[in-house]
Ligand binder design. Structure first.
Ligand SMILES: Nc1nc2c(c(=O)[nH]1)N[C@H]1C(S)=C(S)[C@@H](COP(=O)(O)O)O[C@H]1N2
Ligand SMILES: [Mo]
Length: 263
């Protein structure tokens, strides 16, 4: 499967490079044809657009998000969205310093897991200083510490039908006439296995505070802020999110945001 993807990627990249060298060739007789509106020009533009999308999909998706140095952390991570869940089960856990917290891992896996809080700290840890970009137009650079989602995927062993990972959260983000809604998010397996996709329990060298998602929150560094689910209690491998919530793959997605919020 991996080899197949690589070959496909090589093939598509090769084809794209062919396209640009044609442009660089700058042959005189081509100039008139390359003017906007001409069929050849349109064809080349389409090739470039395809190149861009193909690179983002096949190469870009696995690339690392930029990491920063300690001196670039200029302010605390601004809390956004829910910053204090009022859900009873959450309040109970919080009252005991989250000592009773257990992370559920299930769905399309060969070995469902229930990992208690102490065992989470035994999973090899990773710290990364990254920039969080919220669609509301602000950013914060912060250091996140936790474990790679891939570490628990390796233990749980996703089945071949697993195409997405669902993160369910404690907080009720909306209570309205249309009902009450818990925050949730989904990512695909490319992001799930990505080395910078972590479940964080630490922020800027301290225990993750409640306002930023204690005891455990997702960091999916190649995507916008709303994908980074806070207050995560369950991780479920699924084949489709059509039957979950409003069917668009996340609370904000159900309201119209893009499911793939790549940056
Ligand atoms: N459970 C939950 N996760 C959430 C939200 C939320 O309201 N509830 N808000 C999202 C949005 S829009 C952003 S920008 C980030 C904010 O994370 P922060 O509070 O640590 O800055 O969390 C995201 N994850
Ligand atoms: Mo956000």
């Amino acid at each position: 499967m991996k080899t197949k993807l690589l070959n496909r990627r090589r093939f598509l990249t090769g084809a794209a490079l062919g396209g640009s060298s044609l442009l660089l060739g700058g042959c005189d007789s081509m100039d008139s044809l390359v003017q906007s509106g001409q069929p050849v020009r349109n064809f080349l533009e389409n090739v470039n657009d395809l190149t861009y999308r193909v690179q983002r999909m096949l190469m870009g998706r696995n690339a690392l998000a930029k990491e920063y140095s300690q001196s670039e952390i200029r302010q605390p991570q601004k809390p956004n969205g829910i910053s204090m869940p009022d859900d009873e089960d959450y309040l109970e856990l919080m009252a005991n310093g989250f000592s009773g917290f257990q992370l559920k891992v299930g769905g399309l896996v060969e070995k469902p897991l229930l990992i208690d809080r102490n065992r989470l700290f035994n999973i090899p840890a990773r710290s990364q200083i990254t920039r969080h970009d919220c669609v509301e137009g602000w950013s914060c650079i912060a250091e996140w510490t936790g474990f790679q989602l891939s570490e628990i995927l390796k233990q749980a062993r996703p089945m071949p039908q697993a195409k997405f990972v669902l993160f369910e959260c404690y907080d009720t983000i909306e209570r309205s006439l249309s009902g009450s809604f818990k925050y949730y998010e989904t990512i695909d397996m490319i992001d799930a296995w990505h080395p910078q996709t972590i479940l964080a329990y630490g922020l800027n060298g301290k225990t993750l505070p409640v306002e930023n998602g204690a005891p455990l929150r997702l960091r999916v560094e190649r995507q916008l802020g709303y994908k980074h689910a806070k207050y995560v209690h369950s991780i479920t491998l699924i084949s489709s999110f059509a039957d979950i919530g409003g069917g668009k793959g996340g609370y904000w997605e159900d309201k119209g945001y893009d499911w793939y919020a790549g940056i």
